[in-house]
Design a protein around this ligand. Structure first.
Ligand SMILES: Nc1ncnc2c1ncn2[C@@H]1O[C@H](COP(=O)(O)OP(=O)(O)O)[C@@H](O)[C@H]1O
Ligand SMILES: [Mg+2]
Length: 467
């Protein structure tokens, strides 16, 4: 149902439903109380009437005229009263003793309850005859206490008017329920629309947010507490999206910038070499220099691809156990040539067994060692210390006494393509993605990387792998 899809519709229906239950239950209670009290009153009236007649008969035993006068006098006095009643007294031989005028012919003795000497007060019967409702009672009676003559008394009470009143009452109740339901539907609609109006504000606020207006936030100061949470979470989500979009666009810009330089170099060199016929040596030289630019381009693309894949939620790691020292020593062998060339002292201390993705672990160590050797000074050192300090983690500390970095450089070091000015002079071919990759790999392993550095003194990179 369409109406139940809307929150206002649901709240209105709920409100209407509970109000209807309330109205109907109150109606039922009122109806039963009214009807019962009317019946109880009327029944008591009948029983009292029997006692009154008996006491009249006791006052004037057998005096027919006195009794009739008294009985007829009563309806006269009660003409406008709500009860109309009729009395008939028969003797034991069924002979009529007294009958009030207008006693309905249809009400013969068989319709009345059978006279029960002990329980006559309880045996009141309700009948409908000729479109009229009667309460009937029959009781034994002493007609003349002097002669000892007895008989039966039959009293009929016309309660048609009361039935009519009760029916009117039901109609009014139904009317009240219908009108009440209509009112509560309108009121419920009004209340729920008002209650959820802040949601409308969320919708309006979200409509304004575009990719170039991600700095907009919802102002929820005057909102209800429940919606304040929604709005605040929504704002936090916008913070994250804004940050991610900014990082992405910065990365795209830097990527374009990084790629532009090698491409320009390639175009420039190729243009120049093609201006006239060249010797084989010249062609070879240009191709070799081009090859370097191709390698750089390829490295940039590989790194960007790796970073993009690492941020995929389904990124799976293949864990295996290996000796950290063996792996580090194996990688260090690749730097033998540069170590000899720069006269760098190399050391690897400590031992630990690690459970990690081996390919990614090698990439981490390679990236950090390549920086250490690249930015190390002649006659310096590169040292790897492996510790298992606590039972929860393995520390690998790689230190060098190279060019180091300033505080400012350290604060940007994990950004895409960030490189210090000094490093650009020492090694112009660098890309500035190595440490970003290392950080990503450490996060994939729930580990961390911490770098300490002093300009011209050296750098210390600490990797922490959880066990
Ligand atoms: N051991 C180090 N000594 C001095 N500077 C370093 C060292 N390691 C990293 N850096 C600085 O961090 C920057 C980023 O490193 P990285 O992401 O590996 O990129 P790249 O090695 O391509 O320059 C380097 O350009 C350099 O400025
Ligand atoms: Mg590097």
């Amino acid at each position: 149902m369409k109406i139940l899809k809307s929150l206002v519709g649901r709240l209105t229906c709920l409100y209407l439903f509970f109000n209807l239950i309330l109205l109907v239950s109150i109606g039922f209670v009122l109806y039963f109380i009214g009807k019962e009290s009317m019946l109880v009153g009327a029944k008591q009236y009948l029983v009292d009437e029997v006692y009154i007649i008996q006491s009249l008969l006791n006052q004037a035993p057998g005096d027919l005229d006195f009794i009739l006068g008294e009985i007829n006098g009563v309806p006269e006095a009660l003409k406008n009263a709500s009860y109309h009643y009729f009395i008939k007294i028969t003797k034991t031989d069924k002979k009529l003793f007294i009958k009030t005028p207008g006693f309905p012919e249809e009400l013969n003795e068989n319709i009345f309850p059978r006279v029960n000497v002990e329980k006559w007060e309880k045996q009141i019967r309700q009948v409908r005859v000729d479109n009229k409702n009667y309460l009937l009672i029959s009781a034994p009676i002493v007609i003349n206490k002097l002669t000892g003559s007895t008989g039966f008394i039959y009293v009929a009470l016309d309660i048609t008017y009361h039935e009519f009143l009760i029916n009117q009452f039901i109609k009014i109740l139904l009317l009240i329920i219908v009108v009440g339901a209509m009112f509560s539907a309108v009121f419920g609609y009004f209340l729920s629309s008002k209650g959820i109006s802040p949601l409308q504000k969320i919708v309006m606020a979200t409509e304004k947010i575009e990719i170039d207006k991600l700095n907009l936030r919802i102002d929820y100061k005057k909102w209800p507490a429940e919606l304040e949470v929604v709005a605040s979470e929504f704002n936090k989500m916008l913070d994250r999206i804004e940050q991610a979009v900014n990082t992405l666009s910065r990365c795209v810009m830097e990527l374009a910038h990084e790629i532009r330089t090698p491409i320009h170099n390639l175009i420039g060199e190729t243009d120049y070499i093609l201006t006239k016929q060249r010797s084989t040596a010249e062609y070879q030289h240009v191709l070799e220099s081009n090859l370097e630019e191709y390698r750089r381009l390829s490295e940039i693309i590989d790194s960007i691809l790796f970073l993009a894949r690492s941020s995929e939620p389904k990124r799976q790691l293949t864990f295996s156990s290996f000796s950290v020292q063996d792996e580090v020593k194996h990688i260090l062998e690749f730097y033998d040539a540069i170590a000899v060339e720069k006269n760098i002292t190399v050391a690897c201390n400590g031992y630990a067994e690690l459970n990690a993705d081996l390919t990614l672990f090698r990439r981490v160590i390679q990236n950090i060692l390549s920086n250490a050797f690249r930015y190390a000074k002649d006659n310096g050192y590169v040292c790897v210390d492996i510790n298992r300090e606590t039972s929860e983690s393995i520390n690998i500390v790689i230190s060098d006494n190279g060019i180091g970095m300033s505080e400012k450089d350290l604060s940007h070091i994990f950004e895409y393509f960030y490189r210090s000015e000094e490093s650009k002079l020492v090694y112009p071919e660098g890309v500035g993605l190595g440490l970003t990759i290392v950080k990503t790999i450490m996060e994939l392993h729930q580990g961390s990387i911490n770098i300490k550095s002093i300009p011209n003194k050296g750098t210390q990179v600490t990797l922490l792998f959880p066990i």
